[in-house]
Every structure is written in structure tokens, then in C-alpha cells.
Design a protein around this ligand. Sequence first.
Ligand SMILES: Cc1ncc(C[n+]2csc(CCOP(=O)(O)OP(=O)(O)O)c2C)c(N)n1
Length: 337
Amino acid sequence: MIELTLSGQLELYRALRRIRILDERMQALQRQGRIGFYGTCTGQEAVPVALGFALRPSDWVFPALRESSLMLVRGFPLETYLAQVFGNERDVLKGRQMPSHMSGRAVNVVSWSSCIGTQLTHAVGAAWAAKMRGDAMVSAACLGDGATSSADFHAALNFAQVFRVPCVFVCQNNQWAISTPASRQSNTRTFAERAQAYAMPAERVDGNDVCGLLMTFSSAIERARQGQGPTFIECVTYRLGPHSTSDDPTLYRTEAEVAEWRMRDPIARLARELEASGALDPVLAQAIDQALQAELEAALTCAEAAPPPPRSSLFDDVYAALPAHLLEQRRELFSTR
Ligand SMILES: Cc1ncc(C[n+]2csc(CCOP(=O)(O)OP(=O)(O)O)c2C)c(N)n1
């Protein structure tokens, strides 16, 4: 785990700014028609950053839409990350996933589905396997408040607690599931209570406090690693941007509500703390942003210039041995007629 020294906190600040700058640019690229779809995590960056730093590289992550950037925290190359958004030949997923649905074997971040909640049972299954094998791995199951209403949520939590699997559930309560407010999602006072119904230790914490999250995640991960079973952590935060580039949040929430949460921006908050302790000033903040912008420009130039995956890759990976009808289709695709 990263030390919460001033230099450690500066590293967290840099990781948060990296995601904010990336998301702003991706949102703009979508509006320019240069990419098809994107889901920003603006206002929620503290969770993927803290979780990325709290886990060991050998731990496994089962993300949802707001945690993709955790891959970058784990060292996944930015250019390869962007390759997924463009679906180009450098995309490790070979252009087969929707943009913004990244994953990477190299950083133990598992492929995920748009269908809400499905990753939770996978995370529990992986944790159960680790327990049976005596492997020290912990799995992180990421979800939003809306996912707590899925059938998979209940199956996953029940199984995880009964079998005491090494899984940490990280729920980002960002107040909205597209246009459904948290108040219409559950009649419980908190989402953490839903985990308590399965007798699972659960906490509700400030999701905009990156240092606090780091401590909370680290102790839950340690508990899981020591064989003491799962923990559910509700991180209270706010989605400052749209649900995705396909959404217009002005149709269902007020600007006053957004403005109120903007005051609790996790990055501005850490910046204020670092400024108060003399570790950050406007000159350093600008230098950090400039370096991040330059890194992004270089990665973007490569990602946008790369060609699409070769047509032959269409037939890769699904079957160990291609069945006859696909062999025929492949022959047809490459026939010169
Ligand atoms: C099973 C299922 N139902 C509905 C949808 C449509 N849908 C996509 S995202 C979303 C909201 C998810 O909200 P939440 O879990 O709170 O995560 P957030 O997007 O706010 O991070 C919904 C309802 C879906 N993808 N899958």
C-alpha cells in the first residue's frame, strides 16, 4: 500500500488528476464524433484510485463502469487503454467490447458486462476458488447503488458471507442509477444495511476522501486476506457528469444539486489539504497537469492513428478448434472471388 506521507498523497493527487483530465478529453472526443461512447467517473475518482493503491497487484478486480481507470493506477499503459475506446488493433479486447468497457489480464482486471451486477457473482466465485486453493488472493467486487437491486447482488452477498470468501464489495453510491435516485432504489436508510441483512460486516464511508478510503479499503482487504471473510463498503459520492455520453442528466436532476456536490469534489479537497501543508502550490499543480496533458496527447495520437483489428481476428479466441461452419465462413471471408 502507498504510504500516506506528503509525497504519497501527491502521488494520489496526480492519479486523480490523470483520470479527470482523461475523462474530460474523452467526453469531448465523443461530442466531436471521434469515439462512439464513454462513461466518465467525474466526481468519483477517489474510489478507483484508492482501491487501485490498496490492492496488491496479484489481487483480482471485477469492475463496473466507474472503475475502469483503476487499470491505469495498476500500471496498464495509457495508449493500450485508449486503444480499447477506439477498438483498434492494439486493443487487447480486439474491438469486441463497447468503448469504455476496458479490462486487462496483465493487471488482473476482469472483463465485464454492461448487464448490471453480473460481475458480483464472478468476483465471489474467484474468491471462493482462491480460498479452496489456499491462494492469498483477494477479489474486489465493484458496483453502483443501482446494482444492489439486481438478483446477482443478493446471490453474491449471501454466498460470500456463508462461505467467508476473501472478497471486498466496493459500492459507489453516486446517488443516481441513470435517472433513478438512491431514494427510489431502496427503502433502507443506507445501502450498507443491505449487506448487513446477510450478516456481512458493512461500512458506509465518505467516498470523496481518497486518504480515508485507502485506509478503509486496506483494512477490509487485510481482513479478507487473513481468512476473516468479506466486507461491504458503501462509498458515498456523486456522479458530477452524465451517466454516460448517451445521457442528459438535466432531464432528471437540478443544477443546484450538482453545484452542492461540486463543492465536495474529491480532487479539490485533496488539493486544499496538500496546499495547507505546503506540499502543493499553483505552480506545481500546473506542472502536474501539463505533464498529464502531454502524456494524454501522445497516447491519443497513437491510438487514433492505429488501424482496426485485422479481419482474421474475428475468428480468434472463442473456440479451441474452429467448428466446420466457422471454418467455412473464414474461407469465404478470405476468398478472392
Ligand atoms: C440488468 C440491467 N438492467 C438495466 C440496465 C440498464 N442500466 C445501465 S447502467 C444502469 C444504472 C446503473 O446504476 P448503478 O449500479 O448505480 O451504477 P452507476 O452507473 O451509477 O455507476 C442501468 C439501469 C442494465 N445495463 N442491466
